[in-house]
Write a protein that binds this ligand. Structure first.
Ligand SMILES: Nc1ncnc2c1ncn2[C@@H]1O[C@H](COP(=O)(O)OP(=O)(O)O)[C@@H](O)[C@H]1O
Ligand SMILES: [Mg+2]
Length: 261
């Protein structure tokens, strides 16, 4: 079975950057298997990190009204009435993803929610799709989540191999990490692993280690000037060769792949 990883953390800590680096490295590592990267954060732009050109805009799944209507038997935006709660979704990853370098990108989009318990056609399709991706697919699936990972339903969470909690040096990350740990534990996720990101000194790493005594650490990623330089040039980081990433990132990939061995 494939490896299923969710990436969470406060806004701006580096979730999208890390998700795209891990996805590209994993696709390169095992070229027989494709990697599916899921953009599940409304304010994320995973396409840029993967180097998927923005002149080919990708329509989020939640906005594919005709498809949603066809699969559920109900018009998006409606509530109540009758529609199927287990729509067909298994062809969606192939039909609605964009691929580069062995990484398929799927953009989930946002569901306009009418109250927390909303059961609407859009969220029914998204939930079914997430569940299909983590439960049935044999690929490596990486999910770039919104800050709180609340979108991960309970059924889906149970099949996620690990939730990576990204933190930066600083006290506010600690609060966020504790919050996500509680959410992840409540959702029944098997493993919670912390990645320290934007580490500029050994003190930064030590600060994170001592402020999160009850966490398991997956690795520490340094501040990378390449990320900023690439952004200025309008290309993805490590555009030429993903193997140029810092060793810490490669070690994280190895540790994640080992979870399934
Ligand atoms: N290790 C790093 N080194 C340098 N810049 C980084 C690093 N990680 C993230 N960044 C920068 O921080 C900002 C936020 O990163 P992003 O991945 O978009 O965060 P998130 O997805 O958690 O909101 C971006 O400008 C990104 O380029
Ligand atoms: Mg993001």
């Amino acid at each position: 079975m494939g490896l299923k990883i969710a990436v969470g953390g406060k806004g701006g800590v580096g979730k999208t950057t890390i998700t795209s680096l891990l996805a590209r490295l994993m696709a390169k590592h095992d070229q027989t298997k494709s990697v599916i990267a899921i953009d599940a954060d409304p304010v994320s732009n995973l396409a840029a990190g993967l180097g998927i050109p923005e002149d080919k805009p990708i329509t989020p799944i939640a906005e594919l009204s005709d498809l949603i209507a066809e699969r559920t038997g109900a018009k998006p935006g409606t509530m109540g009435g009758f529609f199927t709660l287990n729509p067909k979704v298994d062809d969606i990853p192939e039909r609605f993803s964009l691929e580069r370098d062995g990484v398929k990108l799927l953009v989930m989009g946002t569901v306009q929610r009418g109250g927390s318990g909303c059961i609407c056609p859009e969220s029914t399709v998204l939930k079914a799709l997430m569940l299909h991706l983590v439960l049935v697919r044999d690929e490596i699936v990486l999910m770039d989540m919104e800050a709180g990972v609340e979108h991960l339903g309970r059924a889906t969470s149970a099949s996620v191999d690990a939730l990576l909690i990204v933190v930066n040096p600083g006290a506010r990350s600690r609060v966020a990490a504790n919050h996500i740990k509680k959410l992840g534990t409540d959702l029944g996720i098997k493993r919670l692993l912390v990645i320290g990101n934007r580490i500029k000194s050994p003190e930064d790493e030590q600060l994170i280690r001592t402020s999160l005594p009850d966490f398991e650490f997956l690795g520490f990623i340094p501040e990378m000037s390449e990320v900023f330089e690439a952004d200025k040039k309008g290309v993805r980081p490590f555009d030429e060769d993903i193997s140029d990433v810092p060793q810490a990132v490669k070690d994280i990939v190895d540790a994640l792949l080992a979870l399934k061995k």
